[in-house]
Write a protein that binds this ligand. Structure first.
Ligand SMILES: Nc1ncnc2c1ncn2[C@@H]1O[C@H](COP(=O)(O)OP(=O)(O)O)[C@@H](O)[C@H]1O
Ligand SMILES: [Mg+2]
Length: 400
């Protein structure tokens, strides 16, 4: 979707796509022969300082910085407005960027502590990037730049929208049906990851760091929403159960790991219990616990993580049948077994939208993947959510 002039103005200080093109043309001449990581920094105004170091040799006066990247599209302009940072995670910050055609990107910039890059750290980042490339989230290669004593590693990705945690916080009044559609879309996305069904992905992956901060939402004009998973730093190929060596050292945020509420008190035990759970139940159930907590963050867990948000509010959960309420509860994690899948959870939610006479019981549904698929097929996008298709929401999200 091409960006509007207003969007360009707000995020890149550029008045139109024609001006953007002109600036890119000049930037290409200056950055063309230089290595990936080279920059043209933007002009600073009295109150608005760039956090980047000066490039004393630049000849181009530009309202936003340019970065030479490794591979296509070659050069990107970095956002400079209020929303230039898309998110800050535990290892990196992610900036919005644009190419000369108006396509948006997310650049994950890793800043190694004390500027000392450990070999292992580079390998981890390259490995994360390789997974993103395989899943078609990253178009090119990762690369790093060194300037004086400062080293940065970059991973260029496609822009995948707005983080769902702030979307839910900004929109507390979303209706039940919309929330159902968001939940189902998330389950389907996770199922695709677990089965190698994402575009071009041949390897099924387990994410291992599912939480609202690592999920994004994109809205389009044709009544269409998409949910994406981001941050594949902890992701591992789905291999034979119980192999200790494939369990990542850091398995995401503690509160989304498979640990019963009662065990949350002892933080030291959480990682170890999560490993034991994985050995017993397999790898996908680890993600399923995270998924269920994103759908339904139980009140009793709020003591440990008061800022948690979930797709369903308490007022939505009570509208669900007792069987699905039990399915979405993670207070006792051992109720999530290896025979559950994200597809089954999606279908169980779709089942709730059927009239009483058409509903299936969850045991029948669990045993029948064809039935699960047919329930989901019946939901038929494009009309994923009438509420999100309203001008109010589109106004917030589209760039057109
Ligand atoms: N491709 C992307 N498109 C849009 N936003 C993104 C993208 N990748 C990451 N983000 C945002 O940036 C934040 C930090 O990125 P993430 O990869 O999770 O970093 P970390 O590994 O440090 O947690 C995410 O929580 C998300 O909000
Ligand atoms: Mg993250």
């Amino acid at each position: 979707m091409p960006v509007s002039d207003a969007f360009l103005q707000k995020n890149f200080n550029v008045d139109s796509i024609e001006i953007l093109n002109k600036l890119f043309h000049q930037a290409e001449q200056e950055l063309g022969p230089k290595p990936a990581g080279s920059k043209i920094t933007r002009v600073k105004t009295g109150t608005d300082f760039s956090d980047e170091e000066d490039d004393a040799h630049q000849s181009l006066v530009t309202p936003s910085s340019f970065l030479k990247i490794d591979g296509l599209p070659g050069i990107l302009m970095l956002a400079s407005g209020e929303h230039k940072i898309l998110g800050t995670g535990t290892s990196a910050r992610v900036k919005l960027a644009i190419d000369k055609h108006g396509t948006l990107y997310a650049i994950k910039i890793f800043l190694p502590p004390k500027s000392i890059i450990q070999k292992q750290q580079i390998q981890n980042i390259q490995e994360e990037h390789r997974k993103l490339h395989e899943l078609q989230i990253a178009p090119g290669a990762s690369f790093f730049s060194q300037k004086k004593f400062r080293v940065k590693l970059y991973s260029v990705q496609h822009y995948l929208g707005h983080p769902i945690d702030s979307f839910l916080q900004d929109n507390p009044h979303l209706n039940f049906k919309t929330r159902m559609h968001l939940a189902i879309a998330l389950c389907i996305k996770l199922h695709q990851l677990h089965t190698g069904g994402l575009p071009q992905a041949h390897t099924p992956y387990v994410h291992f760091d599912l939480k609202p901060q690592n999920i994004t939402i994109q809205l389009g004009k044709e009544h269409f929403i998409s949910i994406h998973l981001v941050d594949f730093g902890s992701a591992r190929p789905l291999v034979i159960l119980g192999e200790d060596d494939v369990i990542p050292e850091q398995m995401g945020s503690l509160i989304y790991l498979p640990v019963d509420a009662i065990q949350m008190v002892d933080k030291g035990m959480i990682q170890e219990r999560a490993r034991a759970f994985q050995r017993a139940q397999g790898m996908c159930p680890c993600d399923l616990i995270g998924l269920k907590r994103i759908l339904n963050f139980h009140r009793e867990l709020l003591v440990y993580y008061p800022q948690a948000c979930s797709i369903f509010r308490e007022a939505d959960i009570v509208l669900l049948s007792p069987a699905i309420q039990a399915l979405l509860s993670t207070l006792e994690v051992n109720t999530t077994a290896a025979d559950e899948s994200a597809l089954f959870i999606a279908a169980a939610l779709a089942n709730e939208l059927c009239s009483v006479t058409e509903k299936h019981d969850l045991t029948t549904l669990k045993a029948n993947p064809q039935l699960q698929q047919s329930l989901l097929d019946a939901l038929a996008p494009p009309a994923l959510s009438e509420e999100l298709a309203s001008e109010h929401y589109l106004g917030q999200f589209t760039h057109a």
